[in-house]
Design a protein around this ligand. Sequence first.
Ligand SMILES: *Cc1c(COP(=O)(O)O)cnc(C)c1O
Length: 391
Amino acid sequence: MRPDFAVKLDHEHHQRLEAGLVRRVRTAGDARPGRIVVDGRELIDFGSNDYLGLARHPRLIEALVIAAKAGVGARASHLLGGHHAAHDALQQALAAWIGYPRALLFSTGYMAAQGALTALLGRHDLCVQDRLNHACLIDGARLVDADLRRYRHGDAADAARVLAAAPDRRALLATDSVFSMDGDIAPLSPLAALAGPERAWLMVDEAHGLGVLGPQGRGACAAASLGPDEVQVWMGTLGKALGGFGAVIAGSDDLIDALVNGARSYIYTTALPPALARAMLVAVGLARGADAGRAHLQALIAHLRAGAADQGWELLPSATPIQPLLVGDSPAALALSQRLEAAGCYCPAVRPPTVPKGSARLRISLSAAHTIEDVEALLVALGKREMAGQL
Ligand SMILES: *Cc1c(COP(=O)(O)O)cnc(C)c1O
C-alpha cells in the first residue's frame, strides 16, 4: 500500500510534541520602537533584529509613504521592466557605503545567498563552510550539489585543513560574519589570509554585521579592514539593522554580471517594490550616520553582560547585540522564556533544528531603541540564577 502524507505529518507532529519542539507563530500588533505587542500586551522586545531601531523610524516611514504614491509593486522582474531608478540609486548607495565596485539587490537574504552560490558553484566545486552558518548558505551549496564540507565553528585552522585536502578543486569559503544564533564574530582575517594563497574565494554573509559593526556601520569585514580583494562575495541584508526588507550581494563587475545572467533567484522573481527601495535608501543614510546609536548599543551590551554575570547567568561570549543565554534543554528554555514574558520581556526561545541539539537558548537581542532601564527590567525579570531553579 502506498504510504500516506497525512500519516507522516501526524507522526512528525507527535515527535515534535514529545520533544517540546512544536513552533507557534505569534501575531505582533503595532508597537513603539523597542516594544512588541503580543496577545494584547506590550512587552519590551528582546527578540528583533532591528538593531538600530530603524524599522519604525519616522523618516523611513515618511519615505515609504511618499514613494508609494507612485505605486506599490515593481510589476515585473528586474530583467523584464521591473528595475526602477530607485533600485539603481539604492544599489549605488550600498556599494559606496561598503566600498565595493557594484551591488545587486535581491528580494531576501535567503535568495541572495542562494543566487550567489548557485551562480558560482558547480557540482565539482568545493564549498567550505562554518558548521554554524545560516541555513541559506548551506542550502545554496546543496541546491547545486557542490562538494559541501563544514569546518568546526570559528576554527580557521580547521577550514585550512579542509581546503588543503582538495587543492585541485575550485573552492569557495563561506561564512556568516556575525553568527545569527550565537552572536560571535567569524575569524575573518585568518579566513581571508588562508583563502588568498589557496586561490579560494571568500564569501561573507553580513546579515547581522551591516549597520552594527565597523566604521560607519559598514560591517565586520570593514572592521577587519577586508574589502573586495579579500572578500570577493559580500552579502548583506536590509531586513535587520536597516529596518526594512531585501538583500544585496556586492562584488566585482564580473561577479555582478554573472549574477544578473545566472542567479535564478534574481532572474525568476519580481523585483523589490521600488517604494521600499526608496525607503531603504534613506535607511542607508541613517545607518551610516548612526554612530551614536552604535555607541548606545555597546553600552547596553556591556550593561546586560555585567548585570547577568552579577546574577549568576552565563551569556555566550559575544560582543554584538545578539546575547544568547544558553539553557540546553528545550522545554526549560521555553519555560524561562514564558517566565520572562510574564514579567514583561519578550525573549523567544530558540530550539533545534535552528540550533544544534541540546543547545536550546534564549536569543536576547538588543537594539538602540532600548534604554538602560529596559535592560534593567530584563535583569530584574531574570533574577538570580540560583533562585531560578532547575534549568
Ligand atoms: C536573516 C539572515 C539571512 C536571511 O535574510 P532574509 O533577508 O531574512 O532572508 C541570511 N543570513 C543570515 C546570517 C541571517 O541571519
